[in-house]
Design a protein around this ligand. Structure first.
Ligand SMILES: [Zn+2]
Ligand SMILES: [Zn+2]
Length: 418
């Protein structure tokens, strides 16, 4: 028989990880809602042109990592590699600038990128993010940074450094671009990718992993910023200080997507043991217009759930996952199965406040009863699933209207009338 396996780069989520993911979902939704961000769900695939247009042609995502396919009618589609493009498309399509004037949205869902699999990086991965559309002021940038920080800190990830930079605007970025082209043109033996990027997207050379040692005294955006961009970046920093949020101005930070303008940021964490960001974002003042909407300056961030949970696990978050009390219904006599089955159901529905009468917590989990298992095996099972109590149905006791409640830790048991 063929043994089927999950496709390379994908993974199954179960056990502790599934629980942690559920918790991350709950926590982040609560954080988003507190700041009045509202959820948008968009399709997992879109017109491929939406992504080439927004992410940019000379990017790794578009060049190498997208899952592109044709449907039966020959439409060229792509599995979404990120969330912002779809969200902006939905925003324009449904005129959400009118319907949702605050322009604050969040999303969670599966994204797809054909990347080399490595720890915490998958070809199908979960991502969540927020976008703040229609606010050009620096406080929107700061609010997005604070959202990201808040989610991480609720997951115990406090050991983080927030790297920020400004990439300027349409007016001042061309000067930086030209400086970069001049600088990189003078460097010998650039890798093939960089040679190609030098014409299309020179900013991308800054995060080339092959050539980075050859680069010294690279021109920085800081000296090229126009007056407006400079003020915007200053204000972002002063607001971060106002709310006691530490940051680090990192002029090498450029981010891989074309659409960013002005503020970009990455949150890096030592607990994950690498230089990679666990969460990143930035401002994109021209994207909405670029995709057919109006001039709507915006800013957003995204985080990869699997990678964030890796960091959260190292930070001890998994020990804090909520744990329910499991009550195991055991059967000493199979004749009593129907009675026990009914009792279990009543317990789940809390009929006649039975939980309170038996001194059980409200959020208990009920397991059992089972037929055709010896009592010994039933207790073994109860131990294996770490049941806190076992409720035992025995013939003699039941005939007297009683059940036995056994505490699995102290091994104390008591008879209780039902
Ligand atoms: Zn500028
Ligand atoms: Zn290179």
């Amino acid at each position: 028989m063929t043994q089927y396996k999950a496709p390379r780069g994908t993974h199954d989520i179960y056990g502790q990880m599934a629980l942690a993911l559920e918790e991350l979902d709950k926590i982040s939704r609560a954080v988003f809602r507190k700041r009045n961000f509202k959820e948008i769900k968009t399709p997992m695939f879109e017109d491929v042109a939406l992504f080439t247009r927004s992410i940019g042609e000379a990017t790794d995502i578009v060049e190498k990592e997208m899952y592109v396919f044709e449907d039966r009618k020959g439409r060229k589609l792509a599995l979404r590699p990120e969330g912002t493009a779809s969200l902006v498309r939905a925003y324009i399509e449904h005129r959400l600038d009118i319907e949702e004037p605050m322009g604050k949205f969040f999303y969670c869902g599966d994204m797809f990128r054909y990347e080399r699999p490595q720890a915490g990086r998958y070809r199908e991965f979960l991502q969540m993010g927020a976008e703040y559309l229609g606010n050009s002021n620096p406080n929107a940038d700061v609010e997005i940074i604070l959202l990201a920080k808040e989610i991480l800190s609720t997951l115990n990830i406090n050991d983080v450094v927030i790297h920020i930079n400004s990439l300027g605007c349409q007016n001042c970025r061309p000067m930086f671009r030209q400086k970069l082209v001049n600088y990189f043109s003078s460097i010998q033996d650039l890798c093939e990718d960089c040679k190609r990027r030098l014409e299309k997207n020179p900013l991308r050379l800054l995060d080339c992993k092959i050539d980075s040692q050859k680069f010294q005294n690279i021109p920085t955006m800081q000296v090229c910023l126009c007056e407006d961009c400079k003020n915007h970046f200053k204000r972002v920093q002063s607001l971060l200080k106002t709310v006691d949020c530490d940051y680090f101005v990192d002029d090498k930070l450029v981010r891989g997507l074309d659409y960013y303008t002005r503020t970009v940021f990455e949150v890096r964490s030592k607990v994950i043991g690498s230089q990679d960001a666990i969460c990143a974002g930035g401002r994109y003042d021209n994207l909405v217009k670029e995709l057919g909407g109006q001039q709507i300056p915006s800013v957003g961030f995204a985080l990869g759930s699997e990678r964030v949970l890796m960091a959260a696990q190292n930070a001890g978050f998994f020990n804090k996952l909520p744990k329910n009390d499991i009550i195991f219904i055991a059967l000493a006599d199979s004749e009593l199965f129907d009675e026990a089955f009914k009792f279990a159901n009543n317990l789940i529905l809390n009929k006649n406040n039975i939980k309170q009468k038996l001194n059980l917590q409200d959020n208990i989990v009920v397991e059992g009863p089972f037929l055709n298992k010896s009592l010994k095996l039933q207790f073994k099972l109860a131990d294996k699933i770490e049941a806190s109590k076992t409720i035992l149905f025995g013939k003699t006791e039941f005939d007297n209207g009683k059940i036995i409640i056994k505490d699995m830790k102290t091994h104390q048991q008591q008879e209780v009338s039902i």
